[in-house]
Design a protein around this ligand. Structure first.
Ligand code: BGC
Length: 765
């Protein structure tokens, strides 16, 4: 057994045995690491803002029969199009719950917007915008009668470069992800809709995410084997921010963690989530992720979706025969009903599922989810996730007087879509139309889509210029009088499978074909994750490159605003682009089961916290474009670094405090503040993302620990300020089981990206 994995102990086999409903998984020779048992399941305490909601919930629970309680703990089939439904209890005026996907807009219905995806929000590095986007998205779910939004995604965190769902999350960095999920949770929930931050935890690959059968042999889900320090410093970090923000639900994932299924892992549910982070809401399964009966209830699971064959009346039998405490069932139901009160859904909510048609063309009333108030935020959030990575010969912004030519399959709108639209999850590695969202349960059917070619046509109409296009050929002819050739390609990713690679030959050949004929070739890549560009990035005729990510329905307008200089690009990469795929090392591909069958596939997180830029820094690998990188139409200068230790803050951990949502409240004590001045030294206004990295003694060379996006007028200087709290400056001590500040010298870096850091300093604790 691997030593660090062994820290979790040996008791998890208990829950693993009950993890195998219909098969005989008994041998433990395949075990690599295990989770220790943490029992009993902590009851929700109604701490902080939850006090009143818990009081009301307890009063309601006291009126329920056992059968009614049990019915609240699992979904039922329904005539609505909700992803999951909890049945009503009319006797006590409880109307039931509708829960639906997902983080980029409501899926499976009409009259809703298609918002920028998680990775796009990550690339925008804008807390305020993330918050506004979430408020409006939440309002749409509210109008449609959806009580719980199945998102946001902070797992995967992008450990595996080819991960199929990385685009649903914000970034490969826990700090950036944590800051943005905090705003997203608060934004959505301020509109009276709950969130279920997902997928908890270690959901880092799609390969073997579910159990399967090969040649008649049952194979378990992959086990993400994560040591205690790594889980705290990386994978739990953004969940901690989500809980602190008040996330009313957490969705447990399909995978096993240290060999126990995530939805019955008592260490991660009872231990980390409900004890250490003081989580007050309920744990909901991913769809079909329940693999054990009473074991999952005792391990901390509260609600099963879309339905449970393992719970139901078995829960009351288990109470009668002593395998489960009655208080556990009461706690499950209290947590569920408390969220309903917490969000005021008892007084102010439409009929659950009112705006969710059973299927695409079934009879239904038009329930309008959208509102014109959202327009500005929808466009801004589409604009800000575009990252300009190359701009030579003043290629951008465009100032055409005659003609631009447009090439590439990604410039055009899809041929058709309806409410079942999950973005054609069938044809990786590209989609044969513009990619504005990835595939699977994170896709939705927006009110409209403005493709790049349409928006460019509108621009030509306005400017009285001309457009030529060929969006079907791989080797198009080019009018020699074109002032610019815009080439659109994409890089697809979807739930259900990992990506076949980080490049594709068809698209790379298309780019080099056009570049061979046009000396002002501007490449736009709609990328659902990391996309390598080394085949053509240094081509002399490729003058500008935009990594456009997944902007949502306003994609074309957003892009044209940037191309024509109405918007100054301000996105920064939320991940690292390597020069070659092999630079990601063992984190390029997902883990595969060992031959011949690998009945219990294992994924050993032996790299610890060294994923993405932490790994590139550690191994001194020069990336093509580093984490945090992005160009603007202006330039920014940095000066005046100031580092101030907060008065009266000791490095000693304060005496134990009552755990609040998010954990020990002293984690948020401010320890150090850092300020710096940023000047816009160019000729146009623009927004800069000032980034702060810290080198913690004995830790990675540097880790993001602050960022501020500031709009600065040309010639102006602004001060940026970063507050570093106890968690930001601590490492997780396995021995002490708490975050600890390190004695020694901390390095401080402030600048434009993880590798362009003009200001450096240090302080000692
Ligand atoms: C996905 C979840 C989603 C659920 C409900 C699952 O397959 O993993 O992210 O919320 O389906 O559609």
């Amino acid at each position: 057994m691997h030593s660090i994995i062994g820290l979790f102990g040996l008791l998890g086999g208990l829950s693993l045995c009950s993890a195998a409903p219909a098969q005989n998984i008994t041998s433990d020779v395949y075990f690599y690491g295990d989770s220790p048992a943490v029992y009993p399941s902590p009851e929700g305490t109604g701490t902080g803002s939850w006090a009143t909601a818990y009081e009301k919930a307890k009063a309601l629970v006291a009126q329920l029969t056992d059968e009614e309680k049990v019915n609240l703990t699992a979904g039922v089939s329904s005539t609505t199009g909700c992803s999951g439904v909890i049945a009503a209890i009319p006797r006590v005026n409880f109307p039931g719950l509708c829960v639906s996907d997902a983080s980029n807009g409501l899926r499976g219905t009409d009259y809703v917007n298609g918002w920028s995806s998680g990775i796009h929000v990550g690339a925008s590095w804008n807390r305020t915008l993330a918050h506004q986007r979430a408020v409006y998205m939440g309002q749409e779910f509210h109008r449609k009668g959806v009580n719980l939004l199945l998102g946001p995604v902070v797992g995967p965190l992008g450990r595996v470069a080819e991960g199929g769902r990385n685009w649903e999350g914000f970034s490969n960095d826990p700090y950036l992800t944590g800051a943005l999920v905090y705003e997203t949770v608060q934004g959505v929930q301020s509109s009276g809709v709950g969130v279920s931050t997902k997928h908890y935890i270690g959901n880092e690959q799609e390969t073997n995410r579910n159990p399967g059968v090969e040649d008649g042999v049952e194979i378990a889900s992959v086990s993400s084997n994560i040591d205690d320090q790594t889980i705290h410093e990386l994978y739990l970090w953004p969940f901690q921010d989500a809980v602190r923000a008040g996330s009313v639900a957490i969705m447990c994932s399909y995978e096993r963690i240290n060999n126990s299924y995530a939805c019955q892992n008592s260490k991660t549910l009872n231990g980390l989530l409900k004890t250490e982070l003081g989580f007050q809401g309920y744990v909901i399964t991913d769809w079909g992720a329940q693999h054990g009966g009473i074991a999952s209830a005792n391990a901390g699971l509260d609600m099963v979706m879309p339905e449970s064959t393992l719970w139901g009346a078995n829960l009351t039998t288990a109470i009668a025969n002593g395998t489960m405490e009655a208080s556990r069932l009461d706690d499950m139901v209290t947590r569920i009903l408390a969220t309903w009160y917490q969000l005021n859904q008892d007084t102010d909510f439409p009929a659950p599922g009112v705006g969710m048609p059973a299927s695409a063309y079934s009879e239904h009333q038009a329930v309008i989810g959208t509102s014109s108030d959202e327009k500005g935020t929808l466009l801004d959030s589409a604009i800000e996730g575009h990252v300009l990575v190359k701009n030579t010969n003043n290629a951008l912004p465009l100032q055409p007087s005659r003609l631009v030519s447009v090439f590439g399959y990604d410039a055009k709108i899809p041929d058709a879509f309806d409410l079942t639209f999950t973005f054609l999850s069938s044809s990786p590695p590209i989609q044969n139309s513009t990619l504005y969202v990835g595939g699977g349960s994170g896709a939705n059917s927006p009110a409209y889509v403005i493709a790049p070619l349409n928006a460019i046509q509108q621009q030509a109409y306005q400017d009285s210029t001309a457009v030529l296009w060929d969006v079907s050929s791989q080797d198009p002819d080019v009018d020699p009088t074109s002032e610019a050739c815009l080439v659109f390609i994409n890089s697809f990713a979807t739930e259900g499978s990992d990506r076949p690679g980080l490049t594709d030959e068809y698209s790379d050949t298309l780019v080099t074909n056009v570049a061979g004929k046009c000396n002002n070739t501007i490449v736009v890549v709609h990328n659902a994750g990391i996309r390598l560009v080394s085949d053509w990035i240094d081509h002399a005729n490729v003058t500008a490159v935009i990594l456009a990510h997944l902007p949502g329905q306003d994609t074309g307008h957003a892009l044209v605003d940037i191309l024509y200089g109405r918007a100054n690009p301000s996105g920064r990469l939320p991940y690292t682009i390597a020069k070659q795929a092999s630079d990601y090392g063992t984190l390029l591909h997902p883990s595969e089961p060992q031959t011949p069958y690998g009945l219990f596939p294992q994924s050993d997180y032996t790299e610890g916290v060294y994923i993405d830029y932490r790994a590139f820094d550690k191994q001194s690998i020069t990336p093509q474009f580093e984490f945090g990188f992005g160009l603007s139409y202006t330039t920014f200068d940095y000066s005046g670094l100031n580092i101030q230790k907060s008065n009266g803050t000791t490095s000693e951990y304060p005496p134990s405090a009552t755990i609040q949502e998010g954990g020990n409240p002293h984690l948020w004590d401010e320890i150090v503040t850092v300020t710096a001045e940023v000047q816009n030294s160019g000729s146009v206004d623009g927004a800069e993302v000032a980034q702060l990295y810290v080198g913690i003694p004995n830790g990675p060379i540097r880790q993001l620990r602050g960022f501020e996006k500031v709009l600065i007028a040309s010639g102006q200087t602004v001060q940026v300020s970063f507050s570093l709290n106890r968690r930001d400056l601590s490492t997780w001590s396995v021995e002490a089981q708490q975050w600890q500040l390190q004695s020694g010298t901390y390095q401080v870096y402030v600048g434009r990206s993880s590798r362009d850091l003009p200001l450096t300093g240090e302080f000692t604790l």
